[in-house]
Design a protein around this ligand. Structure first.
Ligand SMILES: CC(C)=CCNc1ncnc2c1ncn2[C@@H]1O[C@H](COP(=O)(O)O)[C@@H](O)[C@H]1O
Ligand SMILES: [Zn+2]
Length: 356
């Protein structure tokens, strides 16, 4: 598996300057099934040839764009390929090793626990299997600290959200600090956040950290206003919060007041067409304000990218010096959900790597 992770990395390496590859990085917004690389998809396809799934159906290549709806169809295809404990173990192990090969030193993976009656997969065994993969990579000495966020798919409504919070709480208490929080994701055009507020409030009260996809599409201003009062511990995308993007000063004020870091995913937003071009990305507004902004991949498999490329893209688009890029990756440490001791260890690692 190491060989395949390295192959993938060498293939992508042509496009990325070694500075970005060697830059130590923190990845805080990565959906497990959106992060599956081509070599892993190939292994999954060979396990399930009867599904007749081709590569073009699981990734969006260079220069391509898709509607948001088409992007969400891609996840459905991947979910067909990943429906057993064995698949999840392989996918999670490969994804972790690929992030490590890309210079990511700390990773918060997120995934929606799924039940698959025909294979016996349960939501509990789903999470247990991801945890098993994290522990397996650690025991093999893979140089990356990996944590897990349990995801709520907003499409599934109030009751499932409440069940997911309970599950996440159980694992938070029994996983030796591996399960740290909750993610709210899924098709932003479906459902309303107000129906999920009680579940999110409960999660917060029991000590789960919250990362919420907010204002990924323009129509969510009222929902964002409501969810920001929780407040969440981090925001995914927040594309339409800023007045320059059609949001409002009131929303920005709330984000600033609570000092809520943003997880920003340039390629995802451009390929999903919520941002027209890289130079229009809302990174520029928040970064200029000095607000905590963390570069992330979202779905490195689906969007055919990796974190080094995303840093390079941010730097070339917004004219960031190497010092500024280094500071950007260093400052991401303060936004992780793991405790202060872990932050200190990571900061030591950054200092060590800068000197070498
Ligand atoms: C369409 C598009 C531009 C996608 C990127 N933005 C996203 N917005 C909201 N939810 C997402 C996004 N990317 C992945 N997800 C969530 O992550 C799931 C896939 O990873 P997993 O099965 O939870 O392991 C998707 O089914 C979806 O619920
Ligand atoms: Zn996301």
């Amino acid at each position: 598996m190491i060989t395949q992770a390295l192959f993938h990395f060498v293939m992508m390496d042509n496009e990325v300057d070694v500075f970005y590859r060697e830059l130590p990085k923190v990845e805080l917004h990565a959906h497990l099934n959106g992060s599956v690389s081509c070599p892993t998809i190939e292994k999954l396809i060979s396990r399930k040839p009867h599904l007749n799934i081709g590569h073009g159906m699981t990734a969006i290549g260079k220069g391509q764009r898709r509607t948001l709806d088409e992007c969400f169809q891609v996840f459905k295809v991947i979910h067909q390929l990943v429906d057993t404990e064995e698949d999840i173990l392989m996918v999670a192990t490969d994804v972790i090793k690929e992030f490590a090969a890309d210079g990511v030193k700390y990773l918060e993976l997120r995934s929606t626990p799924r039940e698959e009656k025909h294979t016996g997969l349960t939501k509990k065994s789903y999470i247990e299997t991801v945890i098993k993969a994290i522990k397996q990579c650690k025991s093999e000495g893979v140089d990356i600290d990996v944590r897990f966020l349990v995801a709520i798919d907003r499409r599934n409504g109030t009751e499932v959200a409440m069940e997911t919070v309970k599950l996440a709480e159980d694992f938070m208490l029994s996983s030796d600090g591996l399960v740290l929080g909750l993610d709210l994701s899924g098709d932003p055009t479906v459902g309303h956040g107000k129906d999920l507020l009680p579940a999110l409030q409960k999660a917060k009260n029991c000590g789960l950290k919250l990362s919420l996809h907010l204002s990924e599409v323009p129509s969510q201003l009222e929902e964002s206003d409501l969810l920001l009062d929780l407040p969440p511990d981090r925001i995914g995308h927040g594309t339409f919060l800023h007045p320059a993007m059609g949001g409002s000063q009131g929303l920005v004020d709330k984000v600033v007041k609570h000092n809520i870091p943003l997880e920003l995913c340039l390629t995802s937003n451009v390929k999903g067409q919520t941002v027209a071009r890289y130079s229009d990305h809302h990174f520029k507004h928040w970064y200029q304000m000095g607000h905590p902004s963390v570069i992330c991949t979202d779905d490195k498999g689906v969007f055919s990218t990796d974190l080094s490329q995303e840093y390079q893209l941010a730097a070339s688009t917004f004219d960031l010096s190497r010092e500024a890029v280094w500071k950007l990756s260093h400052d991401a440490i303060d936004c992780i959900f793991a405790p202060d001791t872990v932050k200190q260890q990571l900061k030591q690692k950054w200092i060590y790597l800068q000197g070498n």
